[in-house]
Design a protein around this ligand. Sequence first.
Ligand SMILES: Cc1cc2nc3c(=O)[nH]c(=O)nc-3n(C[C@H](O)[C@H](O)[C@H](O)COP(=O)(O)OP(=O)(O)OC[C@H]3O[C@@H](n4cnc5c(N)ncnc54)[C@H](O)[C@@H]3O)c2cc1C
Length: 579
Amino acid sequence: MTPIDDNNYVETKIKRITLCPNTTMTSLTHHPSLHHHRTCSSLPAPISRRSSTSKTPNYLTTHTSPNQKRNRSRFNCSIANNAPITPPISNDLKSQPLLDCVVVGAGISGLCIAQALATKHAGVCSDVVVTEARDRVGGNILTVERDGYLWEEGPNSFQPSDPMLTMVVDSGLKDDLVLGDPTAPRFVLWGGDLKPVPSSPADLPFFDLLSFPGKLRAGFGALGFRPSPPDHEESIEEFVRRNLGDEVFERLIEPFCSGVYAGDPSKLSMKAAFGKVWNLEKKGGSIIGGAIKAIQAKNNSPKPPRDPRLPKPKGQTVGSFRKGQAMLPNAISERLGSKVKLSWKLISISKSENSGYSLTYETPNGFASLQTKTIVMTVPSYVASDLLRPLSLEAAEALSKFYYPPVAAVSVSYPKEAIRADRLIDGELKGFGQLHPRSQGVETLGTIYSSSLFPNRAPPGRVLLLNYIGGATNPGILSKTEGQLVEAVDRDLRKMLINSKAGDPLTLGVKVWPRAIPQFLIGHFDILDAAKFALSEGGFRGMFLGGNYVSGVALGRCVESAYDVAADVSSFLSRGVYK
Ligand SMILES: Cc1cc2nc3c(=O)[nH]c(=O)nc-3n(C[C@H](O)[C@H](O)[C@H](O)COP(=O)(O)OP(=O)(O)OC[C@H]3O[C@@H](n4cnc5c(N)ncnc54)[C@H](O)[C@@H]3O)c2cc1C
């Protein structure tokens, strides 16, 4: 297999650094299923981080074997230079029978589309194949378990919506589902303090993140006492400042945008990124007016009875699995069995003479081709753009316009005693985590209290924190070494969560996603429509675009949309229009 390259899809290498957290020495060993990961097998002696004046922390430069030194000199955030070695490619072109559907990409979108096709639409789509360039499924979903720790290097949790829970149950994971405590607080850093955010409208009057005038402004604005909407498509910042006031924007929504999109709210489109709220004002004349109309509409057309197999989450919570997010793609892949082809990188698409498409792949055994009636592209838009360029310049140009900023997931652990006393509730760190508005002088976007949120994430006496850093407002993280990223996170955490005198953290993983999350910027839907229109005008019937830049970035949106895409494919096949 050719390494997944910069032009198409990239995954930076990961270094596992082990540090001696003052008292214990933890050895982290190589995880066989994750060949992009590096391991440091020997440990440096305990090192005081404050004795280090160099930009690279001591632990990166001491006690290294010559081999490690060689490796460490490359431990900046460069592109997968330890990716798998290019396999020998034979000229053996293998023809396949005409498939009903090929799904390209085995991230959560592609797998859920394939699962829905293979189960709910098996009557019309019995021959479905999922092809994936990497040697693992899951795409952005990446869970690592080692030495008593279980951490996420991509998404950390999902909203347990009904479509998501349906996928969980259909994948046989009902008993593995874990849900966060809905009463656990979420915090926003403001004025040097971590302030709880309201978890329901009933909390609104009592929380102190907003001032009294700020709450009044938000309340009157939500009722409709605010400037009318402008003629142009509004950014999130414009919409929220206009409807709810400056404080709601600066203290709640701006950090929330970092949490969901790692994005810049002055550029993200309200309509594209938070369409449900945007629609409330549009349909009801104000946010509250729209909410009332939505409730009335719901009451007038009650939903069909809820699937009794689905678990009933309590309150506002988030979900994961006993062994982390990767359980879902792995379970779906297991169910799909030989329908999933790993290390199959799509390199070209052509229209077949008779019907459908001919797809050419690089595989570990050389080139291979598939013939299919329909194709669903769930690869990132920049990959789809490259693949479609020879077929439709207009579609390729449109798809090349979406921006994916870099994000790093930095997982660190501290002993419980390192948490500041004023942050403990009944002696424990409790809560989902914290978000950091850009105005508050910290670089880290937010921190998830992984070991508080879900069970069995860290050994007893240890706290596991997942930190996201980078995003649209800080693409410069790509020029930082992994050591510098850990230092930045640790420095930030000592401002509000960790005792300033605590020892160095144990660094578990630094995963840099050079192109992490598609930004739903102003004009997003116009660009997407232009791509779809170009494909339709070009006569590319049976070609469907999917993936997070189409559906929305949250895992729940990817799953929900997967059911819709599968229904579209099924309807297309049942009409026989590919002939
Ligand atoms: C750091 C990070 C944190 C996040 N946190 C959360 C969170 O907490 N909660 C949440 O709901 N969402 C979160 N998200 C968003 C969510 O993870 C993604 O939107 C979702 O996983 C995208 O899934 P996908 O299948 O659409 O795309 P991807 O996961 O990108 O899958 C696309 C697949 O296509 C494959 N591919 C690429 N090129 C080719 C080719 N030529 N041939 C074949 N295959 C190819 C790729 O290898 C990949 O597997 C996060 C994302 C990131 C990056």
